[in-house]
Design a protein around this ligand. Structure first.
Ligand code: ATP
Ligand code: MG
Length: 225
């Protein structure tokens, strides 16, 4: 016979069963084109996850930008599949297809609103971005709403906190109640652009992307032209 107490304690709904206050979940969000996802993205996400005690990090590849014929961005299905493969070895990481399932380009504000509905008000959302992206936040669609929906984690190299950068963050905090955390982390010099370029030139991308992504790129002849 099953030991019932063990069954209950190992149940995910433990808190509910015992009517206890559930701890607020802390979810990280990594958005990007991910064309392709690379080890730079994964290293940062893992480092931030630990530092900020995040329960999960969701990787959300963007949908097709407007004028997709002109953009040269790889079809969403391929980019999503690479993200799925890349996150498959980390139980704290998850790939989400909510943006690629929508027609056209999806704005972060819509994604965050959808996540908020899905996860409820008790979940804390942390949007993880490179520091460069934080400087552009005021150009995002309905950015004031974005600031209400999530906190930001701006990742930058140790020692790169310039006066200018800190002033910009202070401005967003004071004027828009933005919550922006700074994470100093070991950024490595990888970009998707450089990876696409290497593949096109027939160079190796070993150790720049996970092995299963490297295989997928080769099997599907991505980035050859
Ligand atoms: P591309 O070269 O096509 O612009 P990318 O490598 O910059 O691609 P994106 O998909 O544009 O990747 O970026 C998604 C997110 O990852 C952004 O927040 C960006 O700041 C961050 N990011 C990009 N490269 C790195 C890296 N080497 N280390 C840490 N974060 C990165
Ligand atoms: Mg980029």
């Amino acid at each position: 016979m099953k030991n019932l107490s063990c069954v209950i304690i190992s149940d995910n709904n433990f808190a509910k069963v015992f009517n206890m206050e559930k701890r607020t979940e802390r979810i990280g969000i990594c958005g990007g084109t991910f064309d392709p996802i690379h080890n730079g993205h994964l290293i940062i996400a893992e480092e931030v996850r630990e530092k900020f005690h995040l329960d999960k990090v969701l990787f959300i590849p963007s949908g097709m930008p407007p004028h997709k014929n002109l953009s040269g961005v790889t079809l969403p299905e391929y980019r999503y599949e690479m993200v799925c493969r890349a996150v498959s070895t980390n139980s704290h990481f998850e790939a989400l297809d909510i943006e690629i399932k929508r027609e056209g380009y999806t704005y972060t504000v819509d994604t965050l609103t959808a996540l908020r509905q899905l996860l409820g008000e008790d979940t804390k959302l942390y949007y993880i971005t490179g520091a460069d992206v934080v400087l552009d936040l005021m150009t995002w669609k309905r950015f004031e709403e974005v600031f209400k929906l999530c906190e930001f984690i701006a990742v930058l190299r140790p020692g790169y906190k310039s006066e200018d950068f800190l002033e910009r963050i202070e401005y967003l905090k004071l004027n828009y109640m933005a919550k922006i955390n700074i994470a100093e982390a070991s950024l490595i010099e990888i970009s998707s652009t450089a990876i696409r370029d290497k593949v096109r030139r027939g160079c190796s991308v070993k150790y720049l992307v996970p092995e299963n992504v490297e295989q997928y790129i080769a099997e599907n002849d991505l980035y050859k032209v």
